[in-house]
Write a protein that binds this ligand. Structure first.
Ligand SMILES: O=C(O)/C=C/c1cccc(O)c1O
Ligand code: FE2
Length: 312
């Protein structure tokens, strides 16, 4: 048995907006190190915590988190539209263990997963079918949010279960850090946007392209200082990374959703994926940080961070 941890920001604008050659090379080198880390820890099982952006999970039924017994990419922003190879018995074991531990776990037997859940596994694992992978959806955009302590406890419960398996488990957390991309919000949404937030599965190619174009152009305007979205917050991001690196996962409990929105933007809640993954990792004992990375990248609307760790 062993556990390892790889948390990274995702951004669908990578490959669409140019952040400059130096930044691109720096991030490419980070992804090379991520792939080398995966090769080194040589997982027999991957558990990947990722959010959604109203491509697979909608307000018609929005759980705080869900273990996916089966899931496939929707292919937004050119991410893989492939199925994950999910070991169903392990997914079911995780769900039962979490339920027995008092976690109100949701499951999905047919999840549709967007770039939030697909981009990092696709890029660091080399495809969605290369390793047996259990995707775990964690809501990072849709209010209301459960307290961060529940995310930590959910991660810890799954970590205890995974630590008891005869597997080399790689935990992935995909999301964050500070960022405020133009994802509609119910409170200020128009009627048309509310219909979208309620259920807009399987958009036409034209609707998909229009949506993506809005995000791409917002990224360009943001980098030019002309967008109205919230600024990135490198100070907040580095404080979050400090906690994640320390392994003191209970310290995340003091993060409230309202303050996170104010400090770090409406999509900062994606860090819940990191919290779940780090808490699962910590449940197996102290860990040693092998990589810590941070760079604010406005063209990609991303406080772009990474943390890799192995058991001490
Ligand atoms: O438009 C979306 O669906 C999401 C955009 C986005 C932009 C930047 C960073 C992220 O994590 C995003 O999800
Ligand atoms: Fe995102």
């Amino acid at each position: 048995m062993s556990l390892s941890l790889l948390c990274m920001s995702h951004t669908p604008l990578m490959g669409f907006n140019d952040p400059g050659a130096e930044t691109r090379a720096d991030v490419d080198a980070l992804f090379d190190r991520a792939r080398a880390f995966v090769e080194e820890v040589d997982p027999t099982l991957v558990v990947s915590f990722g959010p959604d952006h109203y491509n697979g999970f909608f307000y018609e039924l929005m759980p705080p988190f869900a273990i996916c017994y089966a899931g496939r990419g929707v292919g937004d922003f050119d991410t893989a539209a492939d199925p994950f190879t999910v070991p169903e018995e392990i997914a079911a074991g995780m769900a039962q263990y979490a339920a027995d531990a008092g976690i109100d776990m949701t499951i999905s037997r047919g999840a549709e997963l967007d770039h939030g859940a697909v981009q990092i596994p696709e890029l660091v694992l080399g495809g969605l079918d290369r390793y047996p992978t259990v995707p775990v959806f964690v809501n990072g955009v849709a209010e209301p949010f459960v307290p961060m302590s529940r995310i930590r406890q959910m991660g810890e419960a799954l970590g205890r279960y995974l630590a008891g398996l005869d597997e080399r488990v790689l935990l992935i957390g995909s999301g964050g850090l500070s960022h405020d991309p133009p994802v509609p919000r119910w409170a200020e949404a128009t009627e048309a946007q509310r219909a979208f937030l309620l259920n807009a599965r399987h958009p036409t190619p034209e609707a998909r392209a229009a949506r993506q174009e809005r995000t791409i152009s917002t990224g360009l305007a943001f980098a030019a200082g002309e967008a109205t979205i919230q600024d990135l917050n490198p100070e907040w991001d580095n404080a979050f990374l400090d906690v994640a690196a320390s392994g003191r996962v209970e310290d995340f409990d003091s993060y409230t959703a309202a303050q996170m929105t104010l400090d770090a933007g409406h999509s900062s809640h994606e860090v819940r994926c990191w919290v779940a993954a780090a808490a699962a990792m910590r449940a197996a004992g102290p860990y040693v940080v092998r990589e810590r990375y941070y760079r604010a990248i406005p063209e990609w609307i991303a406080g772009f961070g990474a943390l890799f760790a192995t058991t001490a």
